[in-house]
Design a protein around this ligand. Structure first.
Ligand code: PMP
Length: 307
């Protein structure tokens, strides 16, 4: 992934992709203290490539940094512009963007008071997070043997680098068992989220999603909750048990990378009809229309990279 053409924004400059390097004593590489975002830009009919909910992602990056006690060396405005610039200068029409703030190689050890925060923004084409068929057919998932972080162990409101060790263990276990994704439970045994997605279930035309206690405050989650409310569906945030998922009419994941992905099976139990449910389909299609600028509403969520 490092050996390719293009540019990465690195501490205020556009650096050729192959030269965007750090030292092996980079602090974040050793201890995992860093924060990042996953953002997408889509091609829109009127304004070319536009970044979906750019300000919300930048705001969350700064909240993550605050939680982790990292001082951001650039303003939100500079990072918004950096994200537009990487899409423009890499000539991308649709892109996944990765802003990340990390601690450098100015010192070692946990005390590390000499450290500085560095920031990169990379962007590349990443059409579909899972197989393209899964958008229609849905995923087979399993309850993970790994528990989602307790709120006083890792800070679940922060999209922090080190938190993803837990996600990777859970995903690896699910893939090794022939599934597509993991469902992680919180330390009390209630449904939290996927390895990189929030989760929803639908029962009797009502949508349910876990409260934010031990899952990430997902931007796609918030978007889908709003779209569902606009369709007139009731949306309830509450504790959900794994057996509630077994007997749901529909279930789906949401995430910037994953978008809106149906879940067709959990722990060998078919969910609903065993394929994408009608409400999932309606919300998925509305989501794609929204991010690609095909809806009149919520134009404020699209930030054209040309402006
Ligand atoms: N949970 C986790 C653990 C994630 O990594 C992500 C992806 N950022 C999400 C949920 C979904 O968040 P969003 O919709 O903001 O991408």
């Amino acid at each position: 992934f490092a050996d390719r053409d293009g540019y990465i924004w690195f501490d205020g400059e556009m650096v050729p992709w192959r030269d965007a390097k750090v030292h092996v004593l980079t602090h974040t590489l050793h201890y995992g203290m860093g924060v990042f975002e996953g953002v997408r830009a889509y091609e829109t009919p009127d304004s070319g490539a536009a970044i979906f909910r750019l300000q919300d992602h930048t705001d969350r990056l700064f909240r993550s940094a605050k939680i982790m006690g990292m001082k951001m060396p650039y303003s939100k405005e500079v990072l918004n512009e950096a994200q537009k610039q990487v899409v423009r200068e890499n000539d991308l029409h649709e892109a996944y963007l990765r802003p990340m703030a990390f601690l450098g190689s100015e010192g070692m050890g946990l005390r590390a008071d000499t450290l500085q925060t560095h920031v990169i923004v990379a962007a590349w084409t990443w059409p579909s997070y899972m197989s393209p068929e899964s958008l229609e057919k849905g995923l087979r998932i399993r309850t993970s043997s790994y528990t989602r972080h307790h709120v006083n162990i890792a800070m679940t409101k922060a999209k922090a680098n080190g938190n993803y060790i837990n996600s990777m263990l859970a995903l690896r276990e699910a893939l090794d068992c022939g599934c597509d994704e993991a469902l992680l439970l919180d330390p009390e045994g209630y449904v939290a989220e996927g390895s990189g997605e929030n989760v929803f279930v639908v029962r009797d035309q009502v949508l349910y999603t876990p409260e934010l206690t031990s899952c990430l405050d997902g931007i796609t989650r918030k978007t889908v909750m709003q779209l569902a409310a606009e369709f007139g569906y009731k949306v309830v945030e509450k504790r959900i048990t794994r057996d509630e998922v077994y007997v749901a009419d529909e279930a789906f994941f949401t995430g910037t990378a994953a978008e809106v992905l149906p879940i067709r099976e959990l722990d060998g139990r078919e969910i609903g009809s065993g394929s994408r449910g009608p409400i999932t389909e309606q919300l998925q299609s509305q989501y794609f229309d929204l991010v690609r600028g095909r809806l009149a509403k919520h134009a404020e969520w699209l930030a054209p990279v040309s402006q």
